[in-house]
Ligand binder design. Structure first.
Ligand code: NCD
Length: 296
């Protein structure tokens, strides 16, 4: 079973994966996929997604092979899709990240092994959304009815694009706040509105006191056409500890990481800051994802 977009999953599928991840994290369930091999093919930089996929495979008693673009035949001019077709013969499931939107779907349509999208350009990052939903459910006990503020680069961040769909599916109230010019694509939001009863608001500045969940992401500099513009926006965009003085006691602050300078370092010490725990949730969630991908 491929996992390319969060839209590939029903609410029931997501709940099943989150429940399995919860049992795995609590030590109540130990997936055994001995003999199966994961291939990680990351054509774009990664710390968390790649390493937590590899860690998840090991915890599931699987092996893994890692494709490194810099020392591969990509350097000799081999194409992306020839690489995918080759590696498909070396593994049972592929986790793929690539800067081009649609690349994961292209891989899935070209081979008969399950493909899990580890991020395709500014498009989708479904396993990060599962981690985010897991972290919200774990921190708040529910997702529906919560006030969730998404703050940052809503135009280029695939984490935001995937997450907004997941939040709509679960009935959260979503507030979108972005620097001017980095708003989320309207046609995507319209598509979500057609599918779910979706409470979405747009603000120029976040109302920190109203939020149950504050989800921040960095400005995706590498996706800007103009590096000067990217630098200018990045320098202006930062949350200070003082901004959070009226925030709810039980607010949770999430971030897919890496964070650059959009969250002042002292915020890390606040009890509301949950982003490192969120990153660690990546292992049980991806263990459950690998089980899901290999089970059908
Ligand atoms: C994100 C990504 O690659 O989209 N990182 C991640 O997977 N945790 C977020 C980002 O790079 O800003």
């Amino acid at each position: 079973m491929d996992l390319i977009s969060i839209r590939d999953l029903s609410k029931k599928d997501i709940e099943g994966i989150l429940d399995a991840a919860e049992e795995i994290q609590k030590g109540k369930r130990k997936p055994n996929l001995e003999g199966k091999i994961l291939a990680t093919l990351f054509f774009e930089a990664s710390t968390r997604t790649k390493l937590s996929f590899q860690s998840a495979a090991m915890r599931n008693k699987m092996g893994y092979v890692d494709f490194l673009p810099e020392t591969s035949s990509l350097k000799k001019g081999e194409s992306y899709i020839d690489t995918i077709k080759t590696v498909a013969g070396y593994a049972d499931v592929l986790a793929v990240r690539h800067p081009k939107e649609g690349s994961a779907r292209f891989a899935a349509d070209s081979i008969d092994k399950p493909v899990v999208n580890g991020g395709d350009g500014a498009n989708q990052h479904p396993t990060q959304t599962l981690i985010d939903l897991f972290s919200i459910r774990k921190g708040k006990g529910r997702i529906g009815g919560l006030n969730v503020t998404l703050l940052g680069d809503l135009k280029y961040a695939r984490t935001m694009r995937s997450l907004v769909y997941g939040l709509a599916m679960f009935g959260a109230n979503v507030t979108l706040v972005s620097p001017p010019g980095l708003e989320m694509e309207q046609s995507y939001l319209d598509e979500i509105k057609k599918t779910f009863k979706f409470n979405v608001e747009f603000k120029n500045e976040p109302e920190y006191s109203q939020a149950d969940v504050l989800y921040v992401c960095r400005i995706q500099q590498e996706r800007f056409a103009d590096p000067y513009e990217a630098k200018r926006v990045t320098e202006k965009f930062a949350i200070k500890k003082d901004d959070l003085k009226d925030a709810k006691e039980d607010l949770i602050i999430l971030h897919p990481l890496p964070k650059i300078n959009e969250i002042e370092a002292t915020i890390d010490q606040m009890k509301q800051a949950k982003y490192f725990e969120q990153a660690h949730n990546g292992v049980p969630v991806r263990q459950a994802v690998l089980e899901y991908a290999l089970s059908r």
